[in-house]
Every structure is written in structure tokens, then in C-alpha cells.
Design a protein around this ligand. Structure first.
Ligand SMILES: Nc1nc2c(ncn2[C@@H]2O[C@H](COP(=O)(O)OP(=O)(O)O)[C@@H](O)[C@H]2O)c(=O)[nH]1
Ligand SMILES: *[C@@H]1O[C@H](CO)[C@@H](O)[C@H](O)[C@H]1NC(C)=O
Ligand SMILES: [Mg+2]
Length: 385
């Protein structure tokens, strides 16, 4: 009896320990990448529930498009980002109230969150980037990466390690962040940028109704030293995956010699409005993975701008790419400043037409118009110098 009792007790204790362990493990959540979500709506619970459901036309139940702003930033970027967001809010979002997702490789501090919550008119959401999206993959030699940073110290951001993580993140990961998975379209906003004109239409509705997947305001040539093997790697990828190439694409925007070489033209990604279905789709996913395995984000200094631009130019039909000529925009040192009086008046632009970068030689927007057969505005020739 005593022995039986002892055995029974041991079994009972053992079972309890196991059950307890299972209970403990099932309640230990992994790292959480959603810092906090600020509800600005009155009927919070209702909004949360509803937003999880998808409706037939792909809109949120309150009629907004399935879209968000997104800003990647450090805590110390706070005040430079404040001015950029204030400008977007005043010129556009005060009318439409889209959400704003903030992403950071470190947790945002309370000051950052408090200031942003009061600034944006939609919901403010703060996310931490998973470690594996902002660190070295196992196939990368960190010694070789360090050597590259040393060798490239005379090139802009050439010696920066964080800039490389940033470019890799913006190339292949931001659209996979848990907070971003709730949305289809995004508008990227960076610190120290500015809108020069009112935006009097729903940019996201425009994207959906006109079947646009990628839209830009400024184009420019890339520094060739940062992407020495990007084009060859791209061609190798295409040889292995010829099906990714879209019919009627914008190949001529990125290559002047029938794909032999890259002409360095790219959309300046500090402004970007795009459909994340494209980044999440098979062609781009395979492309990013191929580039990432190659190592050029670390062994060179591949930017997200040429990567996004080459993909959008080759893997999308050209009518899915759009230039927002009426969205006056500034990111140092360049401006997209409408030169047509009618556009300037209608949208209350405050930039100097002479500052416009669009028609200058170092821009690629003239080429974009020529490739697509688009009409250039009257007087563009006077703005090339
Ligand atoms: N969280 C975080 N954001 C970064 C980091 N480096 C750059 N960014 C963000 O990435 C974007 C591009 O960086 P920026 O310094 O503007 O580069 P530039 O426009 O190419 O000169 C901006 O939104 C920055 O706030 C970083 O180390 N951490
Ligand atoms: C918005 O888009 C995301 C990603 O495609 C999707 O998961 C979500 O269900 C959509 N929401 C609505 C309301 O349609
Ligand atoms: Mg910037």
C-alpha cells in the first residue's frame, strides 16, 4: 500500500510536471514583432474585428483602400520624420486617414511612439524587425563583407554596415513584416522629405482602379560602383527563369542595348507607392532570393532602388508602372516639381519650377516618357539645364 501509494504519487507528480511543461510551453510566445497598435477609432473592438475580414472589392469595411503608409526609421530619425509626415498628412492624408506602419530594427522608444500617434490621422502601428531580416544570412562571409566595406570607403555609404542591412530589408523583407501583411498597397515615406503640392485624389484608389502596381515621382542613375555585378546576376537569373519576363515590359527603361548592359536608370525608392502582391509574388520572390544568395547586398552595396526598379521594369507589363507627375516631392537634393502652370495652380504647389529634376540629364524620366510614348509637358526643353 505504502509502496503503491509512493508509486502513484510519483506518477501523479510526473504527470503534473509534464502537463505543466506543456501548458508553459504553449503559453510562451516567441519574440513579438508588433510593438503596439494605436487605435484612434472610437469603437476599437469593432474596427479590429472588421479589419481582419476581407470584403469582396478588397476595401476595408469603412471604405478605405487596402493600403498603408510605411516608414522605416530609427529613434533618432524622429524629428526629420515628423516634418515629412506632417507634410503628407496636411497635403493628403488628413482627407483619407490611411494607417501608418513604423518599422525599426530596434524597439521604438516612448517619445517616438507618442509623437507619431498624435501626428497621423489613421492608426499608428509600431513594429520591430525580426532579427533574421536584419542580420547576416549563414551563407555570407562576414570577413568578406568587412573587407568590402573597407575597400568601398570612398563610395557613398560604402563603409556602412547598417545601410546594407537597410537596403536588403527594403529589397526583400518589409512587405513580409506581420504588420504589413494586413495590407496590399503602401506608400513609403522617409525622413527629411516633403510634399510640394496638394494631392487631391486618393492615390491608392487610383492604383487599384487603373491596375497600377508600381508608381514613382523621381528617377535617377545609380552609382555604378555600388552594383558592379547586379546586372550580370540578373541576367543569370533570367536565363534560369525566363518565365519571369513580362510581355510589353519596360526593358528599354533599364537597358539601352537589348539587355546587354544596365543603363543605371532606376526609380528613386525613397518615394514609392506599390502593390505588395508584386513583391510577394513568385517572380520577385525568386529574384530576391537569387540576389540574396549571391551576396551582393554585402559584398557590393546593392540598393533597393535598382533592385526594385529592374524587377518592376522586366517582370511587369509597362502599363502597370506609373509616374505621378502631379505629386510634387522633395528628397534631398532632388525635386519632382510640376512645371505646368495648370498643374501647379490646381494642386497649390510651392516649389520652384526651375528646381525640377524631371527633365535634367541625370534623371531618367525623359527616357521613361520616350519608352512609353508619353507626351512630355510643354516647355520641358527649358528645364534640362
Ligand atoms: N531602423 C532603421 N532605419 C534605417 C537605418 N538606416 C536607414 N534607415 C531608414 O532607411 C531609409 C533610408 O535611409 P536614408 O538614411 O534616408 O538613406 P538615403 O535616402 O539613401 O540617403 C530611411 O527611412 C531611414 O530612416 C537603420 O539602421 N535602422
Ligand atoms: C488586404 O490585403 C491583404 C494582403 O493582400 C489581405 O490579406 C487582406 O485580407 C486584405 N484586406 C481586405 C479588407 O481586403
Ligand atoms: Mg533618405
Amino acid at each position: 500500500m505504502a509502496r503503491l501509494n509512493g508509486k502513484a504519487t510519483r506518477i501523479a507528480v510526473f504527470s503534473l510536471v509534464i502537463i505543466g511543461l506543456i501548458f508553459f510551453l504553449s503559453n510562451t510566445s516567441g519574440p513579438t514583432y508588433v510593438q503596439s497598435v494605436n487605435k484612434t477609432k472610437s469603437n476599437d473592438a469593432n474596427v479590429v474585428d472588421q479589419s481582419q475580414k476581407s470584403s469582396v472589392n478588397g476595401l476595408f469595411p469603412d471604405g478605405r483602400e487596402n493600403a498603408t503608409f510605411v516608414s522605416l526609421a530609427r529613434n533618432e530619425d524622429l524629428w526629420e520624420l515628423v516634418s515629412a509626415i506632417r507634410s503628407v498628412e496636411d497635403r493628403f492624408n488628413v482627407k483619407y486617414k490611411y494607417d501608418w506602419v513604423f518599422l525599426n530594427n530596434e524597439p521604438f522608444n516612448d517619445e517616438f511612439k507618442t509623437v507619431m500617434k498624435t501626428l497621423v490621422s489613421g492608426e499608428a502601428k509600431f513594429g520591430v524587425i525580426p532579427k533574421e531580416h536584419w542580420s547576416y544570412p549563414e551563407w555570407i562571409s562576414q570577413e568578406k563583407a568587412a573587407q568590402t566595406r573597407h575597400d568601398m570607403k570612398n563610395i557613398i555609404y560604402g563603409s556602412s554596415e547598417s545601410y546594407r542591412h537597410m537596403c536588403r530589408y527594403e529589397s526583400g523583407f518589409f512587405y513580409r513584416h506581420p504588420l504589413m501583411l494586413n495590407y496590399k498597397y503602401y506608400w513609403r515615406v522617409e525622413p527629411s522629405t516633403l510634399l510640394h503640392c496638394d494631392v487631391n485624389f486618393d492615390v491608392f484608389k487610383f492604383m487599384r482602379e487603373n491596375n497600377k502596381d508600381y508608381a514613382f515621382t523621381i528617377t535617377i542613375h545609380e552609382f555604378v560602383d555600388t552594383i558592379k555585378t547586379l546586372w550580370q546576376t540578373t541576367k543569370d537569373f533570367i536565363k534560369e527563369n525566363p518565365e519571369v519576363i513580362a510581355k510589353d515590359n519596360l526593358e528599354k527603361f533599364v537597358s539601352n542595348d537589348g539587355m546587354e548592359s544596365y543603363n543605371l536608370c532606376h526609380y528613386w525608392t525613397n518615394f514609392e507607392v506599390a502593390n505588395m502582391d508584386f513583391w510577394r509574388g513568385e517572380a520577385y520572390s525568386k529574384y530576391f532570393e537569387y540576389l540574396d544568395k549571391n551576396g551582393g547586398f554585402f559584398y557590393e552595396r546593392w540598393g533597393d532602388a535598382p533592385v526594385h526598379s529592374i524587377a518592376a521594369s522586366l517582370f511587369l507589363p509597362q502599363d502597370r508602372v506609373h509616374y505621378f507627375k502631379e505629386i510634387g516631392y522633395f528628397h534631398g537634393p532632388y525635386h519632382n516639381c510640376p512645371i505646368e502652370d495648370s498643374v501647379r495652380e490646381e494642386n497649390k504647389c510651392m516649389c520652384k519650377p526651375n528646381d525640377d529634376f524631371t527633365w535634367k540629364d541625370y534623371s531618367c524620366t525623359r527616357l521613361y516618357h520616350d519608352v512609353k510614348g508619353l507626351q512630355k509637358p510643354k516647355g520641358w526643353e527649358k528645364h534640362t539645364g
